[in-house]
Design a protein around this ligand. Structure first.
Ligand SMILES: Cc1cc2nc3c(=O)[nH]c(=O)nc-3n(C[C@H](O)[C@H](O)[C@H](O)COP(=O)(O)O)c2cc1C
Length: 345
């Protein structure tokens, strides 16, 4: 029987348990240079000490104007590698594996003088109207993702996550709501994402998993549903995605009828559907911070891994505490043995 603390192996990635820290922007770069700071070091290493099996570093952008804000991480320069290597190496000491989310914010780049997007449509009245990328510029974009991913591989990451969710650039291309193009990238809503996936794979070692975060449904009126995201995911899988990290929404104002559920585990049904229909492992995320519930999602095989976001912001030791509550064995730093007397150390 599998549970939250059953190890998981996929290609070259060996996780000691099924607990993932999902990407969460810290907006904590100090010099607008995209370089991780001591905040990032302490923040991520704390979750490694706290027992997470896989830590996914926050949205890290492929070019300066691909950032949500100028305080976001970037990987458009080799100068950004060493600070990330320091985080990865330290997390490894505590048995955590580390991935990084590679992204471009597109029309949601708030500090860009002129953001770029598939079409010149603003996110809402508070955002700048983006400039539509030319076809040549769209063709060149996957190379920027690949260059950032090649740097991530050099930095020592164990896996890569592409941000295809929450209304950022890949999502903007895959949605009829934001992609009004008349060229090939408008005729086939998956084309841009597929090219990014292929470019990513071309610079990754063969045994390194490529994870893709996807919005399973949109929350705007008339937004896409699961049929569309499953069709996209099948194409992305064929192009090389190994694991889907299933989220939802982020594309625009939430329609009254489409208001996301506020119940625990609200996105698990999407993860289960994508796992079954597409046939890849999935990470479920969204209000899974109750250890019994997280354990049941794994035990019932609705998802292969679960991610705990806000729960880990509150408690970096969430995984250790979950192991203790569920009476599971897990590695424990000996320094903390008095805090978790039921765990092996
Ligand atoms: C402060 C904060 C920053 C976030 N930044 C990102 C991000 O960089 N990339 C991303 O895909 N999701 C981001 N998210 C969404 C989380 O990864 C996660 O999907 C969401 O919080 C739901 O999970 P939870 O209920 O366990 O918190 C962020 C969430 C929070 C609270």
């Amino acid at each position: 029987m599998i549970d939250l603390f059953t190890p998981w192996t996929f290609k070259g990635l060996d996780l000691k348990n099924r607990v993932v820290m999902p990407p969460m922007c810290q907006y904590s770069v100090e010099k607008k240079d995209g370089i991780a700071t001591d905040w990032h070091f302490v923040h991520y290493v704390s979750r490694a000490i706290g027992g997470a099996g896989l830590i996914i570093i926050e949205m890290t952008d492929v070019e300066p104007d691909g950032r949500i804000t100028d305080n976001d991480l970037g990987l458009w320069s080799d100068k950004q590698i060493p600070a990330l290597t320091r985080i990865v190496d330290e997390c490894h000491k505590y048995g955590a594996k580390v991935a990084i989310q590679i992204a471009h914010a597109g029309r949601k780049a708030e500090d860009a003088a002129v953001p770029v997007a598939p079409s010149a449509i603003a996110f809402n009245e508070h955002y700048k109207t983006p400039r539509a990328l030319t076809t040549e510029e769209v063709k060149a974009m996957p190379e920027k993702y690949a260059a950032a991913i090649a740097r991530a591989v050099k930095a020592g990451f164990d896996a890569i996550e592409l941000h295809g969710a929450h209304g950022y650039l890949i999502h903007q291309f895959q949605s009829a709501y934001t992609n009004k193009r008349t060229d090939a990238y408008g005729n086939d809503l998956a084309k841009f994402g597929v090219e990014v996936v292929q470019a990513a794979k071309s610079v990754m070692p063969a045994d390194m998993p490529l994870i893709m975060r996807i919005s399973a449904i949109e929350y705007i009126a008339g937004g896409y549903g699961l049929d569309h995201s499953i069709a996209l995911a099948k194409k992305y899988k064929e192009a090389g995605v190994d694991v889907f990290h299933v989220s939802a929404g982020g594309e625009g104002p939430i329609a009254a009828a489409g208001k996301p559920g506020t119940h625990a585990a609200y996105q698990v049904p999407f993860a289960r559907e994508i796992k079954q229909a597409v046939g890849t492992p999935v990470i479920a995320v969204g209000r899974l911070e109750d250890p019994q519930l997280a354990n049941a999602v794994i035990g019932n095989e609705e998802a292969d891994l679960i991610a705990v976001g806000r729960g880990m912001l509150r408690n970096p030791y969430w995984a250790l505490q979950a192991a203790s509550e569920l009476h599971k064995e897990t590695e424990l730093p000996r320094q903390y043995r008095y805090g978790f007397p039921s765990l092996r150390h």
